[in-house]
Ligand binder design. Structure first.
Ligand SMILES: Cc1cc2nc3c(=O)[nH]c(=O)nc-3n(C[C@H](O)[C@H](O)[C@H](O)COP(=O)(O)OP(=O)(O)OC[C@H]3O[C@@H](n4cnc5c(N)ncnc54)[C@H](O)[C@@H]3O)c2cc1C
Length: 325
């Protein structure tokens, strides 16, 4: 909800939905302002900035940080990941009234859509002409919808340099003091590395969220399964639910290969489900289905989250195109 907060659609309170009583009632001992430093695996103790803690099971859910630009003048660009980042962008925006957003992922698009809707001057610079793994046709629709909200696009445009007054790209100079990079995430894997746990881009896990250390698990944005870092709140919460079941010796399986994302940009929503490569077919003006040999593999749905939920179930069950039409 950080971009909604920056746009002024919600207040600060809405960003912190859980009270201290909520944690207490759930039996969670909350330790705020405490950094987990290293895991003493032999003694099964977690060393933190506030002392040591014993564990039977340890779950790493350290999240990720925003990837920064690697160009000259990157100090003139901001990123959006934390509440402090959001405050800093909000302050600058209220002063400047305009923003350059660099990137074409869901954070860039959501921020652009919300800020344009709030009446700010928004320019979005992206190195490709497609977004979110969508094909050109769907990307064009997404772009048109955001353009209608007021976003100005600079596509197939690469950032070369930033300075105080704007950015230099391979297509020319774009003016704007406030610049936000949304180039993806870097998993927080340092504690695992310090503790001798195997890492790649993130903390390496198997299909049951087990790391290379006994009784140590990893979930959410910090975890990497078979080259996949899920990177959404939706996935992170599902990881937590499945792991909780597994730890209670109940059945549970998370399908890392199955993509299911829902985004809201300005006044419209888009759901991206399953595999969306190859030939697609529109079954109505809002739904494009992707199939192979009569089997539905994926779908993209605009502005209809109810149907998106139903379709996701069908696709997960391996439904055929005939069943749908
Ligand atoms: C602007 C924005 C919009 C987004 N919109 C969506 C959306 O619409 N839908 C969606 O599904 N996802 C969205 N996401 C992504 C979503 O926020 C993340 O995928 C999700 O928060 C990941 O959850 P997590 O618990 O793995 O990590 P995080 O939420 O990053 O939490 C990790 C926590 O661990 C703490 N931590 C890290 N290291 C240590 C340590 N050593 N000791 C103690 N604490 C530590 C961090 O400070 C942090 O509080 C958005 C993200 C952003 C930035």
């Amino acid at each position: 909800m950080l971009s909604h907060y920056i746009a002024g659609f919600i207040d600060k309170k809405a960003l912190f939905p859980y009270s201290f009583e909520w944690y207490e009632k759930k039996g969670i001992r909350l330790k705020l302002g405490v950094e987990a430093k290293v895991i003493d695996r032999a003694r099964k103790r977690l060393i933190t900035s506030g002392g040591e803690l014993n564990y039977n099971i340890l779950v790493l859910a350290t999240g990720a940080k925003a990837k920064e630009a690697v160009v000259e003048g990157k100090e003139y660009t901001k990123v959006l990941r934390t509440f402090e980042d959001a405050e800093s962008i909000k302050d600058a925006l209220e002063h400047e009234g305009r923003i350059i957003i660099l990137g074409g992922g869901f954070i860039a698009l959501e921020l652009a859509g919300n800020l344009a809707k709030a009446g700010y001057d928004v320019k979005l610079v992206h190195r490709r002409n497609t977004f979110l793994g969508l094909d050109e046709e769907l990307s064009e629709i997404l772009k048109e919808k955001l353009e209608n909200a007021g976003v100005k696009f600079y596509l197939n445009t690469n950032l070369l340099k930033a300075d105080e007054n704007g950015v230099l790209t391979d297509k020319g100079y774009i003016d704007g003091k406030l610049k936000v990079c949304a180039f993806g995430i870097v998993p927080n894997k340092e504690i695992a590395m310090r503790s001798g746990i195997h890492t790649g881009r993130g903390i390496l896990i198997d299909e049951q969220f087990r790391t290379s250390a006994k009784d140590v698990y990893a979930i959410g944005d910090c975890a990497e399964y078979n080259g996949i870092i899920c990177g959404t709140a939706r996935a992170s919460m599902e990881h937590a639910r499945v792991l909780a079941n597994l730890l209670r010796e109940k059945e549970g399986r998370y399908n890392f290969e199955f993509r299911s994302l829902v985004f809201k940009f300005a006044d419209f929503s888009i759901a991206v489900i399953g595999k969306i490569k190859g030939n697609g077919q529109w079954i109505n003006e809002n739904i494009k289905i992707f199939s192979s040999q009569g089997k539905i593999l994926g779908a993209v749905i605009f502005n209809d989250l109810k149907t998106a939920t139903k379709l996701e179930k069908l696709i997960r069950m391996g439904a055929s195109l005939n069943e749908l039409l």
